[in-house]
Ligand binder design. Structure first.
Ligand SMILES: Nc1ncnc2c1ncn2[C@@H]1O[C@H](COP(=O)(O)OP(=O)(O)OP(=O)(O)O)[C@@H](O)[C@H]1O
Length: 231
């Protein structure tokens, strides 16, 4: 069964992370990064191209390992974990949203969302109900049997968000989620993030859009692999 993260423990506590891509030439993508994310945080990461935004998001999402440093997820040390154990943590506690939606074009909206539940410890009998609830949550109950191609960009991103949250993760990681959207769709995605955050999901979002960054409660600038908290 699913277990929830303890809200009194940071969702992520990263200390002195470095990441060196060996190359050649070797790239120091993260240089001594400390980052603590609380269960109610809403954090935007901004920074120029190549500064390390995707690299840090991949660490937070347990998709990649640091070269050195420590990263605790929900209070649990992840450095010494097997890939299988990391994948299990990821599918249970972390939702991902991408700029390009990454929906399966031949599947319906409902099937796309149900697929996320298949990879998480959600009992088979609960998957459809969970997926329908998540789609209701993002305002797309009337689109369950459509295919992604028939939806607007904003609707597609809301399906992707439903897919990310249908397993009730404690952390939502979003890489340029509004990068392909017009202002109106972007605003509705941001409203949704604010509601999800108020419901207790920690959110980390990479963005180039100042308006999007301004709506986050916390902002961090990354430049050349070093973090700076903005006030
Ligand atoms: N697999 C890799 N092998 C070698 N170098 C890499 C690899 N991945 C990233 N890098 C380098 O690490 C640095 C940080 O890359 P990263 O993708 O984190 O930047 P970013 O801030 O996300 O950029 P963008 O905004 O363009 O997506 C860059 O110099 C990049 O070239």
């Amino acid at each position: 069964m699913m277990t929830r993260l303890d809200p009194t423990v940071p969702v992520v506590d990263a200390v002195d992370l470095t990441k060196i891509f060996p190359g050649p030439p070797a790239v120091n993508a993260l240089r001594g990064v400390d980052l603590r994310i609380a269960h109610n945080d809403y954090l935007a990461i901004v920074g120029p191209s190549g500064s390390g935004k995707s690299t840090i998001l991949n660490m937070l999402g347990l998709l990649d390992r640091p070269t050195s440093g420590a990263l605790r997820f929900g209070g649990v040390a992840t450095e010494t974990m097997s890939e299988d154990a990391r994948a299990a943590l990821r599918s249970e506690h972390i939702g991902f949203v991408f700029q390009a939606f990454h929906l399966l074009s031949r599947r319906t909206v409902l099937e796309n969302v149900m697929l996320a539940a298949m990879y998480a410890p959600v009992p088979r009998a609960e998957r459809e109900e969970r997926a329908r609830a998540a789609l209701d949550r993002v305002g797309l109950s009337h689109r369950v049997s459509f295919t992604p191609a028939t939806l607007s960009g904003g609707e597609r991103q809301r399906v992707a968000i439903a897919r990310a949250v249908c397993t009730s993760p404690g952390l939502l990681l979003a890489d340029e989620p509004t990068g392909n959207l017009d202002r109106n769709s972007s605003d509705s995605v941001m409203e949704l993030f604010e509601e999800l955050n108020a419901d207790g999901i920690a959110i980390v979002i990479i963005t180039h859009d100042d308006d999007v960054a301004q709506r986050a409660a916390r902002r961090i600038r990354i430049s050349d692999g070093t973090l700076q908290e903005l006030t």
